[in-house]
Design a protein around this ligand. Structure first.
Ligand SMILES: Cc1ncc(COP(=O)(O)O)c(C=O)c1O
Length: 433
């Protein structure tokens, strides 16, 4: 029998070996999935640290009250004893999130992005209520009303999309459809939209029909935190975000709102949808928010956008067509409809050379989601590992070499060797095992 102190490598060499292999894959190849990032050692230490044991159902306060703009924490609101320290951790995470984004209320208990949206719908909608969100094929997320997801099955979502020629949200059509559909909620924010969302327009359209405006900033929250993107605060009624994408924190999510709506959100999170919060992840979120407040993070966010824009320009130089002809953010969407193969085939060829992307639908796509006519590329991960313009130029050239001759295995092998050589020359982040 192993003792509590026996290291993982001895207790379970199989899983330990696979973790090491995955780490080698990640740092030995190029990661371009726009929703992924490499968290700091500090975030990983907090996530993996000894905070996994505690049940802390409830919140680190009994009532939300505010005096002169500063929260006064009252009695504890937990259902289990022994949470004095956990309360301090969750309060710190809440205060840091509120400070980072400038909101009155933050809930840090959300397990992930889709459950965060579920909690918001649960707080403000009845089953069958009308809502509107970006169409999946135009860049929306499953939890924004897809028919195969709880959101589309419980609520009556009408999708809106982009103008196919420009790739920009069709705000005029959205305004007309909102008048007809009379949504109780409009969701802005997407999973594959390279441009800045016009929050002012969404506010006006929402006001014109009396709808609540939810901004799901899962993709660009880190850019907002790092002041490289406009903030939805001041426009949105409620904001959701994951913490593991551009924010570079642990897996999880966050909801922001004003004090009044926060009460309904708290009730929806617990006891409505979730039960015991994951305090290890909440501690890691606190670390993440602390890191986001440092000047280095602003530099990181600026670099993420600069690298994505440079990368997009280089892709166009290499003959690729981009949806909306570029990006304002961290992601670019490559439209491959002028090629003979699908986005799926392209992504499969690229991964053979160690370039990790994902297939993605493009506006007007006639291929199904498992095939698609595009690929999505992002800069956050490799910017975290130190890539700059020279490296992204090289990556654009590698992508051209592979996708111009997609069946040429010799060329894929040549690129793979060059990828390994470049990745090996980068300083590797600390690994805890
Ligand atoms: C806009 C948006 N919302 C929500 C989610 C869901 O997040 P999770 O996978 O953590 O549930 C994603 C994930 O990619 C997303 O892009």
């Amino acid at each position: 029998m192993n003792s509590f102190n026996t290291p993982l490598a001895e207790v379970d060499p199989e899983i330990h070996g696979l973790i090491k292999k995955e780490y080698d894959r990640v740092i030995g190849t190029v990661q371009l999935i726009a929703s992924e990032n490499f968290p700091s050692r500090a975030v990983m230490e907090a996530t993996g640290g000894p905070l996994q044991h505690k049940y802390a159902e409830g919140f680190p306060y009994l009532r939300r009250k505010k005096m002169d703009g500063i929260r006064e924490w009252d009695r504890d609101g937990r259902y289990y004893e022994g949470n004095v320290i956990m309360d301090q951790i969750e309060r710190l995470a809440i205060e840091r999130a509120q400070k980072l984004f400038g909101t009155e209320y933050a809930c840090v208990q959300l397990f992930s992005g889709a459950p965060a949206n579920e909690c918001i719908y649960h707080a403000f909608l009845e089953f069958g209520d009308h809502a509107m969100a970006m169409d999946l094929a135009n860049g929306g997320h499953l939890s924004h009303g897809s028919p195969v997801n709880f959101s589309g099955q419980r609520y009556n979502f009408m999708p809106y999309g982009v103008v196919e020629e420009t790739g920009i949200i069709d705000y005029d059509q959205l305004a007309r459809d909102a008048k007809e559909h009379q949504p109780k909620m409009i969701v802005a924010g997407a999973t594959a939209y390279p441009r800045i969302v016009d929050f002012q327009k969404f506010r006006e359209i929402s006001d014109s029909v009396g709808a609540l405006l939810l901004v799901d900033m899962a993709h660009f929250a880190g850019l907002v935190a790092g002041k490289a993107h406009p903030t939805p605060v001041g426009y949105a009624d409620v904001i959701s975000t994951t913490t593991h994408k551009t924010l570079r924190g642990p897996r999880g999510a966050l909801i922001l709102a004003d004090e009044e709506r926060g009460k309904a959100i708290d009730r929806a999170v617990f006891p409505g949808i979730q039960a015991g919060p994951h305090l290890n992840e909440i501690a890691a979120k606190a670390v993440c928010f602390h890191q986001c407040m440092q000047p280095e993070f602003q530099q990181y966010a600026a670099d993420v956008v600069k690298n994505a824009q440079f990368f997009g320009d280089e892709m166009m130089v290499q003959g690729f067509k981009l949806v909306s002809d570029g990006t304002d953010t961290h992601l670019i969407l490559v439209d491959l409809r002028d090629r003979k193969y699908s986005g799926n085939k392209a992504a499969k060829a690229l991964i053979k050379a160690g370039i990790c992307t994902n297939r993605n639908m493009v506006p007007g796509d006639e291929r199904p989601p498992m095939q698609t006519s595009g690929i999505r590329l992002g800069s956050p991960f490799m910017t975290s590992l130190g890539f700059g313009e020279d490296e992204f130029r090289e990556v654009a050239r590698w992508i051209k070499r592979i996708l111009d001759d997609i069946k040429n295995d010799d060329e894929i092998e040549n690129v793979k060797n060059e990828v390994s050589e470049l990745c090996a020359s980068y300083p590797h982040p600390d690994f805890l095992l």
